[in-house]
Design a protein around this ligand. Sequence first.
Ligand SMILES: Cc1cc2nc3c(=O)[nH]c(=O)nc-3n(C[C@H](O)[C@H](O)[C@H](O)COP(=O)(O)OP(=O)(O)OC[C@H]3O[C@@H](n4cnc5c(N)ncnc54)[C@H](O)[C@@H]3O)c2cc1C
Length: 124
Amino acid sequence: MYDYIVVGGGSAGSALAGRLSEINDARVLLLEAGPVDSNPYIHIPVGFLKMKGGPLTWGYKTAPQSHLNNREIPFAQARVLGGGGSINAEIFTRGCPQDYDRWANEEGCVGWSFADVLPYYVVV
Ligand SMILES: Cc1cc2nc3c(=O)[nH]c(=O)nc-3n(C[C@H](O)[C@H](O)[C@H](O)COP(=O)(O)OP(=O)(O)OC[C@H]3O[C@@H](n4cnc5c(N)ncnc54)[C@H](O)[C@@H]3O)c2cc1C
């Protein structure tokens, strides 16, 4: 018996399950379709280029692209614990301050102002 069932142990699902498990006595089940995130390519920036056809991705391709000689382009989507956060390219881009401030001030996202999130972008 569980109080919460989270389907998908990717970036969002893992964070959500972690937060829910902080609730006293809460029983949380995290269901992830893929395996644990132990593949060495996970720890190499842009290592996903070696995994486009699996084993930690779903092996998706786009529809035939008429402007690319009808080629179907590999479209990597994670199938592994940690999701895209495990197989991503390890690139980050700091967003526009006005966007964060709008989320905080107009959309009710407490803790998401630019001043709030800036420390997470600063590499020490
Ligand atoms: C190849 C690649 C490179 C990227 N590079 C960067 C980068 O450099 N910088 C950056 O900021 N962002 C990057 N991203 C984007 C970032 O990783 C994603 O936006 C983010 O991880 C999405 O989080 P999510 O929780 O929405 O989905 P995901 O992390 O994709 O999680 C979804 C999870 O649900 C699981 N799942 C799906 N269906 C089921 C089911 N029926 N049952 C159980 N589990 C299921 C999947 O296996 C997956 O683990 C990249 C993404 C990819 C795919």
